[in-house]
Design a protein around this ligand. Structure first.
Ligand SMILES: *Cc1c(COP(=O)(O)O)cnc(C)c1O
Length: 378
């Protein structure tokens, strides 16, 4: 595809994805399985091309949030095992079986409902038992005072007809924050594994490490790691030591300047007149706005990058456009490429800078990039 004629686009580097994949795999001992998280359209990168690349690279598993995401991958020909991390209504058990999709199983009632459905329609449904060791989201509740009950219920779930419990997992809520809490969760996970084993059940794939744990806590790897954001080249937390792993951002967002106009001092810019120009200003109109997922909260608070340097977003970000001050960048003209997220030879405009402005995380800014931005794979 030719970006010359494009308004705004995202360049997704499958080479960088491969680089991050190998860098993360390099942290884990030989034999540790790898689940690539491709939920939320692969964190905005495009689920099908990313999953196809991960399959080619040899990922053992893919992780998604819901049935529709899993079916999209199967219909695109992806054959790698897929785990749905969220709940799928038991009524769809036949679809799960038919598409060879693994389902997270988060309590005994759900396990019974899945088992009943599968017995009606035939086949075997592969499940991974989900343990809530402190995230308080989904899973058999594995706190000290509920541990024995959880073990009993997990054992009952595993024994239900029509279900094959291939795996068991938990999810850390603060692996990029508290080592103490993460280790509490991990200890609870080991405890439940031991208790269920005492009841006669073991699991082929025990897993718990998200990106932060994969980067920080090798002791938690067990049989498989489960990174998402790190695969896409971002640290889960902006304060994490970049020396932990050589991660390269996979996606860059670019936009082509529509026009540049010179506007006199004293002129207000954009909706609400939040910015009144202090000097005569060259304003570049950049065709990206909150309709593309470029946050309105960036108004007057973030910059875009040109080869010659940064240009501040001036006035409010509109739905489809924003204005940037290029007075100090005389080389910027109609057709110049503005780097929204990414780098040039001389500088960087990281997603993390936008996340700081919005008091959020890189994950969210990647996920909110809309379909209007074509993804171009390199
Ligand atoms: C999203 C998710 C992950 C990946 O988290 P990252 O922080 O992106 O690595 C792993 N496990 C579960 C259950 C998740 O929901």
């Amino acid at each position: 595809m030719d970006t010359q004629t494009m308004r705004t686009w995202a360049e997704v580097s499958l080479d960088r994805l491969a680089h991050n994949y190998h860098a993360l795999r390099g942290l884990t001992p030989y034999g540790t399985k790898f689940m690539g998280l491709v939920k939320a359209d692969a964190y905005g990168h495009g689920a099908v091309p990313i999953a196809q690349k991960l399959e080619e690279l040899g990922a053992d598993y893919l992780g998604v949030a819901c049935l529709a995401e899993a079916v999209e991958l199967r219909q695109a020909g992806v054959q790698t095992p897929i785990l749905i991390l969220g709940g799928t209504p038991a009524a769809y058990a036949a679809e799960l079986v038919r598409y060879h999709i693994t389902q997270a199983c988060y309590d005994l009632d759900y396990a019974k409902a899945l088992s009943a459905q599968v017995q009606e329609t035939g086949g075997t449904l592969t499940v991974h038992i989900q343990c809530d060791t402190g995230m308080s989201r989904l899973g058999f509740l594995c706190h000290e005072d509920t541990m024995e009950q959880a073990a009993q219920e997990i054992a009952q779930a595993v024994e239900l007809p029509g279900l094959h419990a291939e795996g068991i997992f938990t999810h850390f809520s603060d692996a990029d924050g508290s080592e103490e809490y993460t280790m509490l969760q991990f200890d609870r996970f080991l405890d439940i594994l031991q208790r269920v084993q005492a009841l006669g059940h073991t699991f082929a794939i025990r897993h718990c490490a998200n990106s932060a744990a994969t980067l920080l806590y090798p002791a938690t790897y067990l049989d498989m790691v489960r990174p998402g954001i790190a695969l896409y080249g971002h640290f889960p937390d902006g304060n994490m030591d970049p020396a932990l792993c050589d991660l390269q951002p996979v996606m860059e967002v670019k936009s082509r300047v529509v026009t540049v106009r010179t506007v006199p001092a004293g002129t207000p810019v954009s909706y609400g007149r939040t910015n009144v120009l202090q000097r005569q200003t060259r304003l570049a109109v950049v065709p990206i706005g909150y309709g593309d997922g470029y946050c309105r909260g960036f108004s007057n608070r973030l910059s875009v990058l040109f080869p010659g340097g940064q240009a501040p977003v001036t006035g409010r970000v509109c739905m489809d456009m924003c204005m940037v001050d290029v007075t100090d960048l005389p080389e910027v003209t109609e057709g110049s490429v503005a780097v929204i997220y990414g780098h040039t030879e001389n500088g960087e405009q990281p997603v993390e800078a936008g996340a700081t402005v919005m008091n959020t995380i890189s994950y969210e800014l990647l996920c909110v990039l809309t379909r209007r931005i074509p993804r171009i794979y390199r």
